[in-house]
Unconditional design. Structure first.
Length: 134
């Protein structure tokens, strides 16, 4: 996922935005996991603490790049949201039903609806940060 978004960013000259999106993903992903795993146990991860640190945390960075860079590349933001949200849910959420790399403690319909604020919050933070850095 990360390379699939990073390479087009490099070719487009968007490496700065890719790094910003990745950094936001690291920080915000940790916050989301703190709330969603520790405070309100909505899901849990399989594996060890080191696996979480070495794999899951960078995946949040890649997720943020996958939300924000394609959104920037799609001309129409009203079209970008469903393409990005449905695309990422299809690519990440649905295969997890088979692999169970993370397990939900809520119904699937709630998970699917939860992707709306997930994607929009990553986008909102990215836009907020860009406002100050660009």
């Amino acid at each position: 996922l990360g390379i699939g978004v990073l390479l087009p960013a490099v070719f487009r000259g968007d490496i700065k935005h890719a790094l910003i999106a990745f950094s936001i993903g690291l920080a915000y992903g940790l916050l989301i996991d703190f709330v969603g795993v520790k405070l309100i146990p909505l899901w849990k991860y399989a594996g060890s603490r080191w696996g979480y640190i070495m794999i899951t945390v960078p995946c949040w960075g890649a997720f943020s790049m996958a939300v924000n860079l394609p959104w920037d590349w799609i001309e129409n933001s009203w079209l970008a949201f469903p393409i990005v949200a449905i695309g990422l849910f299809t690519y990440l959420g649905l295969p997890n039903l088979k692999t169970r790399s993370w397990a939900y403690s809520v119904p699937l319909w709630f998970v699917a609806i939860g992707w709306i604020p997930l994607v929009l919050s990553f986008r909102g933070i990215y836009i907020f940060v860009l406002h100050f850095l660009d």
